[in-house]
Structures are given as structure tokens and as C-alpha cells.
Write a protein that binds this ligand. Structure first.
Ligand code: CP
Ligand code: NVA
Length: 300
């Protein structure tokens, strides 16, 4: 059976810890440049991407493999060829699929009908590669992850869901502030809590950031929700991360954002460009962490 990475919970806790340590080693230059020799990984993207696409393409090359990028616009996926047929065809050509799409069930279909590993490069429900990279970014500053508090301010979206999973896997306390109607999925919360995660949910951003070492936010309208922008701007009024909110976090707290960011909406220009912001390290760590995830899948 191939290994897949559809959510952070696909990785047993001890293996996730190993992947974190390997990502740090890779960042320090210890990369197996022949890991993917002779292998082709297909990137199938049904939504826009800068970081995820480029960091995966570069990372696959650095591991000695060949990345091939396709979208639904220029493949038969956009003309309704069933995903289960696509999965079986692509499994005859390539050694893995790195997929950005809408519903998580599409990844599950690729797993069910294909015979090669599938990596989640963002769905409506989860963004596990991003949050694994964000865990690396926190770990570099505060190695005792079980002693930190992380705040999530804004939409209970794909990013929030993967943070919830990461809280269960890595043991940090997570406090989410989300307005009514934009809460994270209850089943995902229940599952993480059943695994021992320390998660609180409030509608008050000040409560969520109180004592937090890391303050995270994300766009208010994710890809596919563009027509809800105005409605969401109203719903998220008061959820912008600015200097006043950051002052309520722990001394020396860092600001995090997966990017792309909307300055003047979910984060102020001053916080985004200020000394607390670690967003460029987050972006860089995509490259290192994703290589470690690939190594987890392809090394025996
Ligand atoms: N953070 C992130 O996933 O960025 P892209 O949409 O540019 O890939
Ligand atoms: N929540 C955002 C993340 C983008 C990287 C989205 O899904 O569009």
C-alpha cells in the first residue's frame, strides 16, 4: 500500500516528530539528492498557487526527481473525465500525485482508484503541508512545542483545521477566535480533543491571543469563496491582527500568515512588515518540510 499524506493525522505522532527533525536537517543541508532518482511526481492543481507549486517543483528536483505540472484547465479533468479514470491512468505513468483541489473527497477518490502516493497540496478542508512547515517555523524558535500557545484569529477554514490536527500531533495549546458562522468543523475539533489536544474556541480575538507565543491569521475569503468577500468582510470586522491585538499576546510573540496576505484586511501593514512577522521564514520552510514529507513517503 502506498503512503499518502492527506491530513496531518495520516502521520503517526512519532513519525511526524521525525519528519520535523528531518526537515530541520534538510534545511541545514543534509538532503538525499538521489531519493527520487528515476521518479516522476505529478502536480495536479485546480486552484492558483505560487508557494506550493514552486516549492514542490524545486523540492522534487532537489531530491533527484522530475515534477510535471498540470491543471484542470489544460487537461481532460476540466472536461469532466472522471477522477477515478484519471487516477488509474496517471498511476501507470508516474510515481506520485501532489494535488491542490476543492473537496477532500477528491483526494480520497485518487487514493481509492490510483496505486501511487497522494499528497494534499491544499483542499477546502485542509492545508497539511503548510501547517507542517509552520510547525517547523515555530520549532526553530521554541523547540519545546508542548510549552507554547498558538492563537488562530479569523476563519475556521482549511488552515485552522490543519492547525487543529497539528495541536493533537505536536502538543501545543491552540486557541481559536472565529466569528459565529465561521467556526471550524466540529468533527475535526472533536477528533483532535479525543487525541488529547488542548484547544479552546472563542469569538473574542483578545482572549485567543492572551499569552500566545504565535498569532496566526489567514485571508477571510479563501479560494473558491471570492463572491463572499463583502459578506465576509462584515462578518470578520474586529478580527484584524494589528498592533493593539499583538500587544495582548506574550512578550516577543511572532506573527504568522501562510500568504498570500491582504494587508489592511486580516492583518495591518505595520504587523505584517514589522519585527514580529516571520512570514518569509514560513514561506521558505515549505521547501524543506515538503522534502521531508516526500522522504517519509518514499524512503523504506
Ligand atoms: N501558502 C500557500 O499555500 O501559498 P500558495 O497558494 O501560493 O501556494
Ligand atoms: N485559506 C486559504 C489558504 C491559501 C494558501 C485558501 O484556501 O485560499
Amino acid at each position: 500500500m502506498p503512503k499518502n499524506f492527506l491530513t496531518i493525522l495520516d502521520m503517526p505522532r512519532d513519525e511526524a516528530r521525525q519528519v520535523l527533525l528531518r526537515a530541520k536537517e534538510m534545511k541545514d543541508g543534509k538532503v538525499r539528492t538521489d531519493l527520487l532518482a528515476g521518479k516522476t511526481l505529478l502536480l495536479i492543481f485546480e486552484k492558483a498557487s505560487t508557494r506550493t507549486r514552486v516549492s514542490f517543483e524545486v523540492g522534487v528536483r532537489q531530491l533527484g526527481g522530475d515534477p510535471v505540472f498540470i491543471t484542470s484547465r489544460d487537461s481532460q479533468l476540466g472536461r469532466s473525465e472522471p477522477l477515478k479514470d484519471t487516477a488509474r491512468v496517471l498511476s501507470r505513468y508516474a510515481d506520485g500525485l501532489i494535488v491542490r483541489t476543492f473537496g477532500q473527497e477528491k483526494l480520497e477518490t485518487l487514493v481509492k482508484y490510483g496505486t501511487i502516493p497522494v499528497i494534499n497540496a491544499l483542499t477546502d478542508e485542509y492545508h497539511p503541508c503548510q501547517i507542517m512547515s509552520d510547525v517547523l517555523t515555530m520549532y526553530e524558535r521554541t523547540p519545546s512545542l508542548d510549552e507554547i500557545k498558538v492563537a488562530w484569529i479569523g476563519d475556521g477554514n482549511n488552515m485552522a483545521h490543519s492547525f487543529i490536527n497539528a495541536a493533537a500531533t505536536f502538543g501545543f495549546a491552540l486557541s481559536l477566535a472565529c466569528p459565529a458562522g465561521y467556526l471550524p468543523d466540529q468533527g475535526i475539533l472533536d477528533k483532535a480533543r479525543s487525541l488529547g489536544a488542548d484547544i479552546t474556541l472563542t469569538d473574542d480575538p483578545a482572549r485567543a491571543v492572551a499569552g500566545a507565543h504565535y498569532v496566526n491569521t489567514d485571508v477571510w475569503a479563501s479560494m473558491g469563496q471570492e463572491e463572499e468577500q463583502k459578506k465576509r468582510e462584515a462578518a470578520f470586522a474586529g478580527y484584524a491582527v494589528d498592533d493593539v491585538l499583538m500587544a495582548k499576546a506574550a512578550p516577543g510573540a511572532c506573527f504568522m500568515h501562510c500568504l498570500p496576505a491582504h494587508r489592511g484586511e486580516e492583518v495591518s501593514e505595520a504587523v505584517f512588515e514589522g519585527p514580529a512577522s516571520i512570514v518569509w521564514d514560513q514561506a521558505e520552510n515549505r521547501l524543506h518540510m515538503q522534502k521531508a514529507i516526500i522522504e517519509w513517503i518514499y524512503s523504506n
